[in-house]
Design a protein around this ligand. Structure first.
Ligand code: GCU
Length: 406
């Protein structure tokens, strides 16, 4: 089935029932914010671990950080640039990811920050010739000269429009980014490469059906990046927003759910397995994503291929796991594969949980028009154009962050 053969017709959306986030597993009602935090939230987190993303190993002991480069006059003197190697199990074990950080030079104190994974290597987020080129496996991509899974010099800056580094810096934010392939290369090899094998028990050769897949590993990597940022004097570790696009937007949501240290969470065009409701079966479905990308989710998620009605949860409950922290869900009008309406509805149906905290969640009951953002504790917009991250999206995310992180 190709993307064109998917369902985009609202009249063909099956009748579905969404699990009420405010009813506990034992049938009792969640009375207040305390009951949510102590009892219901852990129940829902466990549902997502069991059925969708899998359980990760948590914070490893003995993590070590090396500052491998530092330039205090990057971007024409406007920024400090650092590259940090994060050794997950200490230097001796070698396994690491490299994080690139830009920090505004004229910051008056520790800067609030955005952290996000990138698709093609840190050197693709800006033309800056001093960013080191990834040594990890990369997907072949003729347009930027990636062949035989090797990166190229000419790919520098090829994803710059998605990152808007100068804009972030001029607005006073630091940016930290990591190539997702440093954590787990994005292809299915039975979990032999990437971070999974570092945590296998004796005799284990692949994750159990309720253990982490690739999205789980990527989200775990974001938390390891935050571990470093908490120790970075020039960044405010209590004001770190996690942002991601598409498969990496699914990842930013899961990172925000599993790690409450992220102060603000942004999902851009995250679609199926991200912000979009699975039970609508519009655009990409659970069956389709599991067959194209069998490594992204856990083994148990396969049970819901062409069987969404059996899911004991839906993605509105993932958004609810951010409460009471601010969360922004962004869609694009031509990104029908990601089901913009389903993304909006998740944001909307997470709102009752925010109300427990005296916040209004997503105030709009109807989907807003193109380029008319609805801004509240849960914010939403549908931008004109295609599946991408643009300057328009960043302007909204930065305004949103200004309300909570300045
Ligand atoms: C594919 C996939 C989506 C994903 C997207 C991306 O289109 O089906 O689920 O979000 O790739 O990551 O760009």
């Amino acid at each position: 089935m190709d993307a064109d053969a998917a369902n985009y017709d609202e009249s063909k959306v099956p009748v579905y029932t969404l699990t009420d986030p405010l009813v506990m597993a034992d049938g009792s009602k969640v009375a207040d914010a305390d009951a949510w935090l102590v009892k219901r939230r852990p129940e829902i987190l466990k549902l997502f671990q069991d059925h969708v993303y899998g359980r990760g190993p948590g914070k490893p002991a003995g993590q070590e950080f090396d500052v491998v480069s530092e330039n205090r006059s990057a971007l024409d003197g406007k920024a400090i640039r650092k590259e940090i190697d994060v050794f997950f199990l200490g230097r001796e074990k070698h396994a690491k990811m490299r994080m690139l950080i830009y920090i505004p030079k004229d910051a008056k104190g520790p800067a609030p920050a955005f952290i996000g994974l990138n698709f093609r290597g840190n050197h693709t987020i800006h033309k800056d010739p001093e960013i080191s080129i990834t040594e990890s496996w990369v997907p072949n991509d003729k347009q930027i000269g990636y062949e035989n899974n090797q990166p190229s010099e000419r790919s520098r800056g090829s994803q710059a429009s998605r990152w808007q580094v100068e804009k972030l810096i001029s607005r006073g934010y630091a940016l930290a980014t990591i190539y997702c392939g440093d954590i787990d290369p994005d292809f299915h090899d039975g979990f032999k490469n990437g971070v999974h094998p570092l945590f296998y028990k004796e005799g284990q050769t692949s994750p159990a059906s309720d253990e982490w897949g690739t999205v789980g590993a990527w989200a775990w990597g974001l938390s390891r990046g935050l571990d470093y940022l908490e120790n970075e004097a020039e960044v405010d570790g209590k004001k770190v927003a996690v942002m991601g696009h598409s498969r990496l937007g699914k990842t930013s949501l899961w990172a925000g759910a599993t790690d409450e240290r992220f102060a603000l969470v942004i999902s851009n065009n995250s679609g199926c397995g991200g912000a979009a409701l699975s039970k609508r079966q519009v655009g990409e479905t659970v069956g389709r994503i599991n067959s194209s990308f069998p490594h992204w989710f856990n083994g148990n998620f396969k049970k819901y291929s062409d069987n969404e009605a059996a899911l004991p949860l839906d993605q509105h409950m993932l958004i609810a796991l951010m409460a009471p922290r601010p969360v922004y869900v962004a869609s694009a009008i031509e990104d029908r594969w990601a089901d913009p309406r389903g993304e909006f509805l998740s944001a909307f149906h997470a709102s009752p949980v925010y109300k427990l905290f005296g916040k209004d969640g997503m105030p709009a009951e109807e989907m807003p028009e193109e380029n008319k953002p609805v801004i509240s504790t849960i914010s939403y917009h549908i931008r004109s154009g295609v599946h991408d991250v643009t300057a328009y999206d960043w302007d909204r995310f930065l305004d949103f962050a200004d309300s909570y992180m300045r």
